[in-house]
Design a protein around this ligand. Structure first.
Ligand SMILES: Nc1ncnc2c1ncn2[C@@H]1O[C@H](COP(=O)(O)OP(=O)(O)OP(=O)(O)O)[C@@H](O)[C@H]1O
Ligand SMILES: [Mg+2]
Length: 450
């Protein structure tokens, strides 16, 4: 087992030396620095198990060091030491998130005891984090995290279709992981040594989509100064991922259909037919059958694409996945920001599991990123979540000191709307305002019925 690493910060040399000596005798790995700036530098660069910080120091006082540590490394416990034993400074230290405080002068046994307790606590937390990581890993397939029966069905389907050459249509609401599923199919299939080329059909303007897919010859149109390969050609031997297929025009649908039938195409402005060997995976969040009924999507293209369908359930339909997804993203953003956390508070996890997630996994991912960035405590509390996830009810348990009037109004309106099932008249009556005012508030706060 490695020795626990302790950073000591004190401007007095004699304190630094004696503290270091005591702690080294106790078997710790100790480094002592003389001011807050040096300490923060060390904390940024290395992993520590504990910091012991003097309260009164000339350049930057201990409370300031503590605040900055909490912002950058909320998981690192800080002991404040102070000779100015007033209730005030101790309360302040604890309020600002110090793990403990010790009053000078202290004897070696006292500091030994406090340090041992915190180091042990840290070790337990680390073991716990480690266990949770292992658990998340167990429920990971390619990059897909999930253990719900709904998700396991999707994974089974991926395994079944990956080795084949069949066209796959992936359906699911926005942010459910359609692209991730497409990549998994490609990676597990025989074409994985060749590229997966994605064409974001919805994001490319119609006028450019044809050239983007099929490429063009020099001089095909103004600005076509040289020959250009399209996505289809780039995907040769690999996979073409037609994303947002429900967003393409009828004209492009015709061109695509022809290509899918013949596996041959011409670049824009070109005459030579070009043959490619590609697998097609398409994705959409649109209801294609409805579009067909309205004449917006070609039925023949639909049948060509819809050979095998993988339907990804919304996050609401697989809430069991939310805790491990949340842990997965917490780890992801802990790594990218260098901040470590003990985990989510129970209340926070409850909020995450209860929320309806109109934006599905992407929204969950963004919410966790938000929390990781703003959190300055070792545990993720509801107050670090984006405001829209947290209703007044949950805030009663874990409150920010003060809510603005606007926040209170917003939360209250939303709560009443939800409990009245979005009945505008009843909600307006309860709130004692007229319907126009309610509509204006709904618009202002961008509430959406899910
Ligand atoms: N099962 C999952 N496990 C881990 N991360 C996931 C999972 N599903 C989706 N994600 C992550 O969520 C985000 C959205 O996924 P993706 O882009 O694949 O969704 P999409 O369905 O294509 O969305 P859109 O319809 O908006 O294009 C990505 O960052 C992706 O990595
Ligand atoms: Mg997508």
């Amino acid at each position: 087992m490695h020795k626990s690493k302790i950073l000591v910060v004190d401007d007095e040399e004699i304190m630094r030396c004696s503290l270091s000596d005591w702690l080294k005798e106790d078997g710790y790995d100790v480094l002592a620095v003389e001011d807050g700036y040096q300490a923060l530098e060390k904390i940024k660069k290395e992993e520590w198990d504990l910091a012991i910080v003097d309260l009164k120091m000339p350049k930057m006082d201990g409370i300031e060091v503590l605040k900055r540590v909490n912002k950058s490394k909320p998981g690192l416990p800080v002991i404040i030491i102070t000779a100015y034993a007033t209730v005030d400074s101790a309360v302040m230290a604890i309020k600002e998130g110090a793990a403990d405080y010790v009053v000078k002068p202290f004897n070696p046994e006292e500091i030994s005891r406090v340090v041992a307790r915190l180091v042990e606590h840290q070790r337990l937390i680390k073991d716990n984090i480690h266990l949770r990581k292992e658990l998340t890993k167990r429920f990971k397939f390619q990059d897909l995290v999930g253990k719900s029966s709904n998700m396991l069905k999707v994974i089974e389907m991926i395994k079944t279709v990956a080795p084949t050459n069949s066209t796959v249509l992936i359906r699911g609401e926005s942010g459910t992981g359609k692209e991730l599923v497409a990549r998994a199919i490609h990676e597990l299939g025989p074409r994985k040594k060749f590229p997966l080329i994605a064409a974001a059909c919805g994001a490319i303007p119609e006028s450019l989509l044809e050239a983007e897919l099929f490429g063009y010859e020099k001089g095909a149109f103004t600005g076509a100064v040289s020959q250009h390969k399209g996505r289809i050609e780039m995907a040769d031997n690999g996979t073409l991922f037609l994303d947002e297929i429900g967003d393409i025009s009828l004209k492009t649908q015709v061109d695509l259909l022809r290509f899918i039938q013949e596996r041959e195409f011409r670049r824009v402005g070109g005459n030579t037919p070009i043959k490619v060997d590609i697998r097609i995976i398409a994705a959409t969040n649109k209801h294609l059958e409805k579009m067909i009924a309205k004449g917006e999507f070609r039925e023949d293209l639909y049948y060509r694409l819809n050979v095998i369908t993988i339907e990804i359930p919304s996050l609401r339909e697989r809430r069991e996945d939310i805790p491990i997804l949340a842990e997965h993203f917490l780890e992801k953003f802990s790594l990218s920001t260098g901040k470590t956390f003990h985990g989510f508070s129970e209340q926070t996890m409850q909020v995450l599991v209860d929320y309806d997630w109109p934006g599905n996994i992407r929204q969950l991912e963004n919410s966790i990123e938000h929390a990781v960035v703003v959190a300055n405590e070792p545990e993720i509390h509801t107050k670090f979540l984006p405001q829209m996830l947290v209703t007044l009810e949950t805030q009663r348990y874990e409150t920010k000191p003060y809510l603005s009037l606007e926040e209170v109004e917003k939360n209250h309106i939303l709560t009443v709307l939800k409990t009245q099932n979005w009945n505008i008249k009843k909600t307006a009556d309860f709130l004692g305002i007229n319907r126009v005012t309610l509509y204006n508030k709904i618009k202002k706060y961008q509430f959406r019925k899910k």
